[in-house]
Design a binder for this molecule. Structure first.
Ligand code: PMP
Length: 282
């Protein structure tokens, strides 16, 4: 496998950054994960817009323009002979002698792009049975909307899920489910309302989340952006999660208790199909 690291395409095993990279020392950087299917980037503008927002929030200047970044990502895919892939883009503030505050004179940001194969068929098979989640306390900082590489709370929550044999952790703050450790959380109420946490500073505003809202509204379905509790999720008709990696994925159990009879619901299926149709342009 080949990675792009600061201007060079190198074998992944040799791809490395400086030990004084601020991403390594302070998690002072941001990232994006984009899905590519059949060589086509899904929600590309959304992901690149969010990358710009994350960079701006941390006052990191974009190391390359959008066109160049697209070319680099395409070249990484080409060199890895990938048509269906997850592209990972990471930008950190760069290399500087260790000191918490930004370097006095700005250093060039570090840019890394890698890609790994994505299997849509496998994802479809998983969506046909659904996944389980466990709840975990949301112990993250107050700016979860910035897609920073500072992911320790997410790592710990995901590990708790893995330990419990679940796929995802739903994070709970003040009694409300904010989102998943690496996805957005949704329920469908008895009234048929599709509910997800509003895009505040407490969640990462998912690109898939946004597109799924648009798809739902195009289907004349009712989406309500409001917080919901774990108890409400347990009573819901359906639950599902969204992310670039999972598209729309039915959730069939929360903390070991079945949702919607333990089987994927019709709404999740419908939204998944709509999302795929929208992104694949068919
Ligand atoms: N929330 C968190 C915390 C995430 O890490 C992700 C995945 N990037 C998402 C939500 C979903 O975002 P997206 O739909 O843009 O992949």
């Amino acid at each position: 496998r080949i990675a792009y690291v600061n201007g060079a395409y190198v074998p992944l095993a040799e791809a490395a950054v400086n030990v004084e990279d601020r991403g390594y020392q302070f998690a002072d950087g941001v990232y994006e994960v984009c899905l590519v299917v059949g060589g086509r980037f899904w929600d590309e503008e959304g992901h690149l817009d969010r990358l710009d927002r994350s960079l701006a929030a941390l006052e990191i200047a974009p190391p390359v323009g959008r066109r160049a970044l697209r070319l680099i990502a395409s070249e990484v895919l080409r060199r890895n002979r990938l048509r269906d892939a997850l592209v990972y883009i990471q930008i950190t503030r760069g290399v500087a002698a260790r000191n918490h505050a930004f370097p006095m004179r700005p250093v060039p940001p570090s840019l890394v792009v890698t890609a790994k194969r994505f299997d849509l068929e496998k994802s479809e098979r998983l969506a046909a049975i659904g996944v389980s989640v466990v709840t975990a306390p949301d112990i993250r900082w107050g700016r979860a909307d910035i897609k920073s590489v500072s992911l320790l709370p997410n790592v710990l929550a995901k590990q708790a899920a893995a330990k419990a044999g679940a796929t995802e952790a739903w994070l709970v703050r003040d009694g409300k489910v904010t989102e998943g450790a690496s996805s957005n959380a949704w329920i469908v109420t008895e009234a048929g309302e599709i509910v997800t946490h509003p895009a505040t500073h407490e969640i990462l505003s998912g690109i898939t989340r946004r597109t799924v809202i648009d798809c739902a509204e195009a289907l004349q379905l009712k989406v309500v952006e409001r917080p919901f509790s774990a108890a409400e999720a347990l009573r819901a008709q359906e639950a599902f999660l969204t992310s670039a990696t999972n598209l729309v994925m039915p959730v069939v159990a929360i903390d070991g208790r079945k949702i919607g009879g333990g089987r994927p619901g019709p709404m999740a299926r419908r939204l998944r199909e709509a999302y795929i149709r929208h992104c694949a342009g068919r």
